[in-house]
Design a protein around this ligand. Structure first.
Ligand SMILES: [Zn+2]
Length: 379
């Protein structure tokens, strides 16, 4: 078994070890040491990175108590191990923060943490009961109170016989060699990963989102350095909005609301003007018992409304077109008193058209020139 230095002291960043074996494993070499500070992934936390004998550690895995370090080349003799400490410490901050939050929620509601994932971009944890936003606010306050109180975090392996005497949280039903991580007065949980030594090192715990998940609740949290980066990101966003809207930073939501209302009012006014333009265009058309074709500036639904309006003036087929692309003039085809089906089909066939509709109104496009379209409907 490899001596697990991270179990005894999670703050060992550099260490020396004897290479016991270094054998080819696929494209890389798997090296076994007498002792290591490289954590091999577990308890929701990813494997450490860093260098071993000057070579980048590509992965770390554990099998039956033996820890394998994967490098590009074989190693031998005494090697120096150096952890990527920035990443490891950030993970310890977030992992320890997760224990604090899960411990508080468990103590308050009896809810169990049913999943935990800690990647380099997100920390998520899920509970088997629904948790309301107001409750989560008090959880966050209590979690940060525990941080400010700088509680001691310890890890130990109780004797198997004594284990039943401990009231601890656990996802797996292990009976022996259980490692308990205790946060003084806050949480006791079975976990194999390295954590901070005191809650003060977590820095800050912020619940940034929650959603319903399998009948319970899933939370997104950021702790420590990540919480600072998250705050800086949000502050930057708000500053930008504040500049764009000439609003004080604490008034940006109100300024956006005002802008939204102004936009809605302008849209409403715009719709009114468009309706008036359609009515004026309809009024300018001379009544006819025959067909009517026009290429106009109305687009989208306005084109349909124009065609609709023409029904009181036109006895035959109404065809209104928009666009300036010879390969795709968009059309609306309708009639008040005639069935458009035969001419719709014939026009689509003759003018490389597509489209259709219902209630005697069709929409689509013709892949032909304006002259070709006019000539077809003049027949
Ligand atoms: Zn843990």
């Amino acid at each position: 078994m490899t001596k697990r230095l991270f179990d005894e002291d999670a703050f060992i960043r550099e260490f020396q070890a004897q290479v016991l074996s270094s054998e080819r494993a696929g494209k890389h070499y798997a090296t076994v040491l007498d002792q290591t500070a490289f954590f091999p992934a577990g308890g929701g936390q990813e494997a450490d990175r860093g260098t071993l004998g000057g070579q980048p550690v590509l992965d770390v895995k554990e099998e039956n108590g033996i820890i394998y370090h994967y490098t590009a080349q074989a190693l031998s003799g005494t090697v120096q191990g150096v952890l990527n400490w920035e990443t490891r410490f950030e993970r310890m901050q977030n992992h320890s923060g997760e224990h604090v939050v899960s411990g508080i929620i468990h103590r308050c509601t009896g809810a169990d943490n049913i999943s935990f994932s800690l990647t380099d971009t997100a920390t998520t944890l899920a509970f088997n009961v629904p948790l309301e936003d107001d409750f989560l606010k008090t959880v966050e306050q209590q979690a940060n109170a525990a941080v400010f109180a700088d509680k001691k975090i310890t890890a130990y392996y109780p004797e198997s016989e004594a284990l039943s005497g401990y009231d601890y949280r656990a996802k797996l039903d292990l009976k022996e060699h259980v490692r308990l991580v205790e946060i003084e007065g806050v949480d006791l949980c079975a976990c194999c990963a390295p954590h901070c030594a005191r809650t003060g090192q977590i820095g800050l715990i912020k619940i940034i989102d929650s959603e319903r998940y399998k009948g319970g609740t899933k939370l997104w949290i950021v702790c420590g350095k990540r919480a600072l980066a998250h705050y800086a990101m949000l502050l930057g966003q708000n500053k930008e909005i504040s500049h764009l809207l000439c609003a004080a930073p604490e008034q940006t939501a109100a300024a956006v609301e005002k802008l939204k209302q102004a936009k809605e009012a302008a849209e409403y006014e715009n719709v009114g003007m468009r309706r008036a333009a359609i009515a004026a265009a309809v009024a300018a058309v001379e009544p006819t018992a025959g067909n009517y074709l026009a290429h106009c500036a109305f687009k989208g639904d306005d084109l349909r409304l124009f065609a609709e309006g023409l029904k009181e003036k036109v006895g035959g087929i109404i065809v209104v077109l928009e666009g300036d692309d010879e390969s795709a003039y968009r059309y609306v085809l309708t009639a008040e008193n005639a069935d458009i089906t035969p001419i719709l089909k014939a026009a689509n066939a003759a003018l490389n058209g597509r489209g259709g509709g219902r209630d005697n109104m069709a929409r689509g496009s013709y892949g032909a020139s304006l002259e070709q379209i006019k000539a077809f409907f003049a027949q």
